[in-house]
Design a protein around this ligand. Structure first.
Ligand SMILES: [Zn+2]
Length: 76
C-alpha cells in the first residue's frame, strides 16, 4: 500500500548525476525510478560527453567522447 509517507520519501530520492570521469555534478537530475538509455551526458568540467545508461542510480558508461569529437556529425 502506498501511503503518503512513502510518496514523500520517494520524492526525496533524487540525485544529481555525477560525471563518470571526474565525479563532479552534472546538470542532470534523476530519481530512483528513472531509467535512462543511451543518454548523452555532458560534463561541463572535463568537457567530455559520455553515452550512458542509468537504472536505479546505477550509471553505466557506453562510450566516451572527447571534446573534438563531439562536432563530428556536421559533415553532410
Ligand atoms: Zn567530468
Amino acid at each position: 500500500m502506498l501511503t503518503l509517507r512513502n510518496m514523500e520519501k520517494a520524492k526525496e530520492e533524487e540525485r544529481w548525476v555525477l560525471c563518470p570521469s571526474c565525479g563532479s555534478k552534472t546538470r542532470v537530475k534523476i530519481r530512483k525510478d528513472t531509467v535512462i538509455e543511451k543518454f548523452p551526458l555532458f560534463c561541463p568540467k572535463c568537457k567530455k560527453e559520455f553515452l550512458i545508461n542509468i537504472r536505479e542510480f546505477e550509471l553505466e558508461v557506453i562510450t566516451e567522447k572527447k571534446e573534438g569529437e563531439i562536432a563530428e556529425s556536421q559533415d553532410i
